[in-house]
Design a protein around this ligand. Sequence first.
Ligand code: ZN
Ligand code: ZN
Length: 697
Amino acid sequence: MKTPPYGGVPTCTFSFSMTPNDDQLTNFLQKSGLLHDPAKPKSKSAPTSGAHQPQPKREQPAPRRKKKRHQPPSSSPQKSAEQQKRRNFSPQKSGQKSSPSPQKHRFNRGKKSGPRPPQKTEQRSKNTPQYQTLTPGRNRLPQRFNDQGEIKVVPLGGLEQVGQNMLFLEWKDDILLIDTGVEFPSPEHLGVDMIVPDISYLVERKKKIRGVIYTHGHLDHIGGAQYLMADLGHPPMFATKLTKELLLASPDDERIAKKFRITQIDRRTKLKLGRFAVEFFHVNHSIPDSMGVVVKTPYGSIVHTGDFKIDPTPSDEKPADLSRIAKVGNDGVALAMVDSTNALVPGHTISESVIEAELGKLLKSIQGRVILATFASNIGRIAKIIEAAEKLGRTVFLSGRSMERNVAIARKLKYLRCKEKTLKRMSPAAEKMDPGKVLILSTGTQGEELAALTRMAAGTHKMIRLNPADTVVFSSSTIPGNELAIVSVLNNLSERGVRRIDNNQLDSHVSGHGQAEEVKLMTSLLKPRFIAPIHGELYMRYGHRDMIVKSLKFPKENSFIMKNGQGVVLGHRGARMMTDREAISAAPVLIELGEKMGEHVLADRTLMADGGVIFVTLGLEKGKLKNLDVRSRGFRYMGQKHEIFKMIEKDVRRMFDQHYDPSRPERALETTIAKSIQKLLWQKFKKDSLVEVVVSP
Ligand SMILES: [Zn+2]
Ligand SMILES: [Zn+2]
């Protein structure tokens, strides 16, 4: 398509925030004929003193952090009449729930000519009178935006799930990737080991890929590297020290890691990757060495915060670099993509140092053996727990491969300072030593089937037998979807009579994702012209957007709710959503045993799990049906089996008589008969089964 599908006249083709006190923008708008009363917006200037003020602090008492489920906001947010009108022009508006089907979208090309009535502009300007609180002072975006081509920002994963975080920027001949994450399968993904984003669009354009930037070392951001890098042609990778080590340790097969081309960077690094100039800023998270990414473009910076929280007293590193973030904001941010995971949780995260102090006190107070379960990736906290245990004379037994690996990396990079003898691999010694001198550090906080804690609780662990003198501490929170598995572990622990301590009794965990106040602070420091919330389910991102619109008076039309495969396009005329037609395939790719698994495989497994399998064999002789054999596995209607089988046989004979044609391949007949049987079973039981028909001539 030659004409960029902004649609409509210039006034509605871009949704620049009206930044009334921004002289440059005002200038630009006047020149474009969009602003007719320059005096008016200027009069609304906010005092510059408010420039870097954090959000109006509504004194919310910092609540004790508990994982709460939130009601999703209405899925069809009400639109103002203005927005409704704009929808006619604009290909895809923020907040608009759209279907992946390209046919559904239609934008009105008929309205391309003719200026928009001036009062519309006025009205918009009036609609966003307080935007200056968000973009105070001079936002140094260029006065005029010469057309230097469109820049696409396209998420491939991470927006409709927790996991698979991956996003790319495409600008002419250059593509820049941010993160390559995995998602862990849910119970309905029968037999699937891992889920990764669909990279077919990138594979076709792999010559354009200039590099992959990693925000931090969690698997939902780095775990896909082992599956995706070869197909992407092993582009250069850029990661901080810890992230690099974790990337190298992430593949199941060491040979894969050897092919990674990782350049170590830090928060001061400046990169030039094709047209993209990339800089960074330091943020806190539940893993050290996390960074936000700033991509400089002629239209202002595109900022990706990565996963972040703002912790003034973190355990293992510096607080998030707020002054640097403010500087990035002052230099002019076009688009900010901010972590949404905990945006709906009010208040501010508890500092990691508070959690550590609590855990330290707790360890001191426990007499017997301690089994402490936490996320293996929470390297900062693990280091502090081990150091505290050492002070109390406890030997730390590490349980779980990821725990051993991450502790080794933490020691190597000096995030953990402890004596060699304090650390032990899990061994029968943990059962024989004085219980008061033992701390077992374990994975399995989510009830994972094979994790040590799950097996200890079930009494099937080879080395450890839990007893009522033991204390199990959960320093974790429940990841949605794992509730049932965790309940099963809790049940087992209760039956063994062990003492259990979790977040509800003590501040033993805090999330790595900033809560509402941190999200607001980040946004107000960045002062973006457009926002597109990332990281989290749809309801989290809508909630995040609504909160920013409400509390920061951010113009709603400048916010974009992206989808996997359908992001934002930035150009000299502003920003817009990609149209449905421009959207690219982003269906998750299932991985089993390191290989891609076809969707039909999962579909077959689902059928088998639902209603079992029916096998039908037709033996032919001279074009006549000689033998008919019906068998089943996992088919639960055994009491009526005889009757059902008779019914199936009758149906098969009928279909055979109707459809048998010796000139056609057997496969066609097999499919026809299988479909007929499936229909029959559905009519009778309202259940699907897998039906396999074999015609042997
Ligand atoms: Zn993370
Ligand atoms: Zn993440």
